[in-house]
Design a binder for this molecule. Structure first.
Ligand SMILES: [Zn+2]
Ligand SMILES: [Zn+2]
Length: 248
């Protein structure tokens, strides 16, 4: 046994992002254990109540978001807080708290084909397209010390070859979206974001990424300011969408 193999086998502890069990040596580089990986695949087969397609094939979006002229919202699964103990939600929550590259890279590899298939419909490519994250709230960012959407966008960029630019900034002040109801979210959010790097998005396609889309208020606000900054087309991407608000 080589020294590196010895270290990997006995000293490194890699846990499953879905159940926190320690992964076997053979599965060390995976994000999920075989059981959770299977349940993750099953979660992705849930169909959209609007278009009847499975989550990864559905491009429906919340009303507010489609009004902005965004072209689509692609997602990996439909979120339900009732499924908190399921691996897909546990992985999602884990990524909010831990800047874990192995998990972020797994999500990026899952998202990349959805994004690329969307881009291939138009003439969008690595030259004329940028990935942009919906920036995390200041309070959560301070609490956990990182922005999970930016981390995933970085990994997505490595996997897909599409550059990532954190071109949107959150203004200081303003309330955290998750404390507010639907209507207030839309009102609150309008003044929350600004494009800090217009040159990076002007005349380009932008793929906006957020980990979860609930009402679509943050995503819509980002889509609007990117359009104003001169983006020529907006695609949206998320790990999960709370499905009940979508329209075709
Ligand atoms: Zn597991
Ligand atoms: Zn759909």
């Amino acid at each position: 046994m080589k020294f590196k193999e010895f270290c990997d086998r006995f000293l490194k502890v890699h846990k499953c992002g879905g159940c926190r069990e320690i992964l076997d040596y053979e599965n060390l580089s995976d994000a999920l254990c075989p059981e959770c990986a299977m349940r993750w695949r099953i979660a992705k087969t849930e169909s959209c109540p609007v278009c009847r397609q499975s989550a990864p094939d559905c491009s429906c979006m919340p009303k507010g978001l489609s009004k902005t002229g965004a072209l689509s919202l692609r997602k990996l699964y439909f979120y339900s807080s009732k499924k908190d103990k399921e691996p897909q939600n546990r992985l999602l929550y884990f990524l909010k708290k831990h800047p874990n590259k192995r998990m972020a890279s797994f999500i990026a590899r899952e998202l990349s084909p959805l994004m690329l298939s969307e881009l291939s419909v138009l003439d969008a490519n690595s030259e004329n397209t940028v990935i942009v994250n919906v920036p995390r709230g200041h309070t959560s960012r301070r609490m956990y010390g990182f922005d999970q959407a930016a981390l995933i966008c970085g990994e997505l960029s490595k996997v897909s070859g599409i550059p990532f630019t954190p071109a949107i900034k959150r203004r200081r002040g303003g309330r955290e979206q998750k404390q507010l109801d639907r209507q207030k979210r839309f009102r609150n959010v309008r003044s929350l974001f600004e494009v800090s790097d217009t040159l990076a998005v002007e005349g380009k396609y932008a793929v906006i990424f957020d980990d979860v889309v609930t009402t679509g208020a943050s995503m819509s606000a980002c889509a609007e300011i990117l359009k104003k900054a001169g983006a020529k087309g907006i695609f949206c991407l998320s790990i999960a969408e709370v499905g009940q608000n979508s329209v075709k």
